[in-house]
Design a protein around this ligand. Structure first.
Ligand code: GUE
Length: 282
């Protein structure tokens, strides 16, 4: 079997055309220009790749973008103070705090400070609680993009067995909840999973969000499975996923490339969330 390649770049581009029109409308009808503030502490390679793409897309869709690049040795108190200022600013509708943070900063404490109304990445425990309960909230960008891709390619979720590899609060866990809300039977695998291969071989949909190049090989995937690669590692200066794309694409029915798959959707979902936070409702 030769997999159909899920073209995240193309799907994202089509969504952005609609977003750009909606942003224009919000500005002309209500005088609101949606604004996104991005904070990076230090210089994580995957974060920098995200920012580069995000800046381009903010420009393209007509969003205001404010960037804060803070040094690695920033004090937690100073970061919290910056977030509190952004919470109050009327021209900032979304706050994106890039993870991971340096070890001396508590991500839990800092993300709790982000106003739930501006929390475009769903990091605040209030929004995570809503997600847990299946209530309406700003959905985390990467899992939201994954669901959109599955829907765009008319891939059935209800009743399917889905395995998520990775249990981060920003991709793995929310992806599991969102698939569960769409009636998949979900297994969450991680570094201590006893039989990763056996779990994956039994799955119709595999989502990998670990950040380990080459983690998912063709012997772990059943023929006809849908393989979604949400890994973002930088290897020799290039962005790579978790999946051995060449080999796995000969067994899967659908597969996402890196770049051009999930990552391309993440940035676009971020813009969608900023627009939502700015008060635009279809
Ligand atoms: N709070 C937080 N939320 C995140 O969502 C988050 C984060 N922190 N920290 C860093 C990682 C990394 N990440 C990427 C998203 C998109 C691309 C992306 O746009 N990729 C394009 C191309 C990039 C290129 O080729 O330069 C693609 O895959 O097609 C990359 C990386 C989000 N992350």
């Amino acid at each position: 079997m030769r997999a159909e390649i899920i073209d995240g770049k193309m799907v994202a581009k089509n969504i952005r055309i609609k977003l750009a029109a909606a942003i224009k409308k919000l500005e002309s009808e209500r005088g609101i220009k949606p604004g996104l503030a991005t904070i990076i502490v230090g210089s994580d390679a995957a974060s920098l790749s995200y920012v580069k793409n995000k800046e381009k897309i903010c420009l393209e869709t007509g969003l205001n973008s404010f960037s804060y690049n803070l040094p690695e040795d920033t004090r937690e108190g100073d970061l919290i103070q910056l977030i509190e200022e952004l919470n109050k600013r009327e021209d900032v509708h979304g706050i994106l705090l890039q993870l991971p943070l340096p070890e001396h900063i508590s991500a839990d404490r800092v993300t709790s400070v982000i106003s739930p109304l501006k929390d475009v990445d769903c990091l605040n425990p209030i929004n995570l609680g809503k997600l847990f309960k299946g209530q309406q909230c700003l959905m985390p960008c990467t899992p939201k993009g994954i669901i959109k891709l599955l829907e765009e390619y008319k891939i059935e979720i209800s009743g399917k067995k889905a395995a998520i590899v990775g249990r981060s609060s920003i991709v793995g866990k929310p992806a599991a909840l969102m698939l569960l809300n769409k009636h998949a039977t979900v297994t969450i695998c991680h570094s201590r999973t006893a039989e990763l291969k056996a779990e994956l071989m039994d799955s119709d949909i595999i989502i990998s969000a670990v950040g380990k190049p080459g983690l998912i090989t063709d012997d772990m995937v059943k023929v006809g499975a849908v393989v979604i690669d949400a890994g973002t590692s930088v290897l020799n200066g290039k962005l790579v996923g978790d999946v051995d794309f060449e080999k796995v694409s000969q067994k899967a029915s659908y597969i996402t490339p890196v770049p051009g798959g999930v990552g391309a959707m993440t940035t676009t979902m971020l813009i969608e969330n900023v627009l939502e936070a700015a008060g635009y409702h279809e």
